[in-house]
Write a protein that binds this ligand. Structure first.
Ligand code: PMP
Length: 385
């Protein structure tokens, strides 16, 4: 195979994680070194640490338009999703054993529902969607009943970038049931607007927005009662025991500040990059674009109909271009995207997807580097037969 020059590294895997902002690391270092006391200690160092935590909590709350006590710091979205789903369903087990979610959720949501169904006698409705990712809202309303205690719908899909109308869904859930509405907003924070009326519970991770791995929060409106999943001390309103990781919690506030402040500019860049890539990819006959035009501009998913996605992704990686082949695994059919399958796409499309994801801080010239590298790889593969 003709060797490909690593002329410029291209990181198109921002939905997996991004590099932290230098200011986030500075916040972490300052909060960890200068204010190293335990927030629960009854002495001056503890009071200092607690004062800093209170400040970080108020900052995070202000970005979501909620009260400080509605912020539960945790380790990220997997923990937040588990706490939200298990916490609400266990608390309401006496009357609310029906739960609703969608077929395209992240495994940290789907696996929890499957477990509740399998081992704890809950019944779960998994809503489908069309080829553009649209959930049928009438179908959602039809499934809401007197026993529905929780509805969980992601704001932005991590694989294809579908945007769900969470504000509309929140209003339907509230007007037709007693259910709590949980939103996995991991791929929406720093990409799309999330009004505070659009959720009762909202989970996300710091490392997707320029924060640190192991930081995150669950926003819980104060009328929502949860059963804790980590039991011990009384930290985080008794909902998440464990000595407060002050450095991580403060770093999350900084990451949110920087991600929200830069959103208009990053969004503009992501739209331009997305359009340039769509134009280039549309001209390659063996490619089909799976992300609809209504998807977030930060994620662009396509499939190869003549080559294995994993082979092309590896060749891209060898050339210094980093993408994802799939962000999910189905135990039933390894290598097949359940997200695309639920959208009714063909087997070959579901098996050979490539996800490009952006921060909006890229130089636009990376679109050309990517398209030239991909075209050369496809040519080399064709020559190999
Ligand atoms: N939900 C979504 C939509 C995600 O994209 C991810 C990360 N891939 C998660 C939840 C889990 O996040 P973490 O691995 O940071 O816990």
């Amino acid at each position: 195979m003709k060797s490909l020059m690593k002329e410029k590294e291209v990181y198109f895997d921002c939905a997996a994680t991004v590099k932290p902002f230098p200011e986030v690391l500075k916040t972490f270092e300052e909060a960890s070194l200068a204010v190293y006391g335990n927030t629960a200690s009854n002495h001056a160092l503890g009071y200092q640490a607690n004062a800093l935590l209170t400040k970080a909590r108020a900052q995070v709350a202000s970005y979501f338009g909620v009260l400080p006590e509605e912020v539960i710091f945790d380790s990220g979205a997997s923990e937040g999703n588990n706490l939200a789903i298990r916490g609400v369903s266990e608390h309401n087990r006496g009357w609310g054993k029906h739960l609703i979610t969608t077929q395209g959720e992240h495994p940290s949501v789907l696996r929890v529902f499957e477990e509740l169904e399998r081992n704890e006698g809950y019944s779960v409705t998994y809503l489908g969607y069309d080829k553009d990712g649209n959930i049928d809202l009438q179908d959602l309303v039809n499934h809401l009943d007197a026993e529905t205690s929780l509805v969980s719908v992601m704001a932005v899909n991590n694989e294809v970038g579908y945007i769900n109308p969470i504000e509309k869904i929140a209003s339907l859930v509230h007007s037709h049931s007693k259910a709590v509405f949980h939103v996995d907003a991991t791929q929406a924070i720093g990409k799309e607007e999330i009004p505070s009326s659009a959720f009762d519970l909202l989970s996300f991770s710091g490392h997707k927005i320029g924060g640190l791995k192991g930081s995150g929060a669950l926003i819980r409106k104060k009328n929502v009662i949860l059963d804790p999943q980590i039991i011990g001390g009384s930290q985080e309103e008794g909902l998440r025991a464990g000595t407060t990781p002050l450095g991580l919690d403060c770093s999350l506030a900084t990451a949110l500040r920087l991600t929200f402040a830069s959103l208009p500019e990053r969004r503009k860049n992501a739209i331009a990059l997305n359009q340039a890539l769509r134009r280039g990819l549309s001209a390659i006959p063996e490619i089909v674009i799976n992300s609809p035009l209504t998807a977030t501009p930060f994620i662009l998913n396509f499939s190869l109909n003549k080559h294995k996605g994993s082979v092309v992704a590896e060749a891209l990686s060898n050339a210094g271009v980093y993408v994802s082949t799939k962000s999910a695994c189905s135990s039933k059919e390894p290598g097949v995207s359940y997200v695309l399958k639920a959208a009714g796409l063909s087997d070959v499309v579901c098996r050979n997807e490539i996800r490009l994801s952006f921060s909006g801080m890229e130089d636009l010239s990376v679109a050309d580097v990517f398209l030239t590298t991909l075209t050369q790889i496809l040519k080399n593969l064709k020559e190999q037969g």
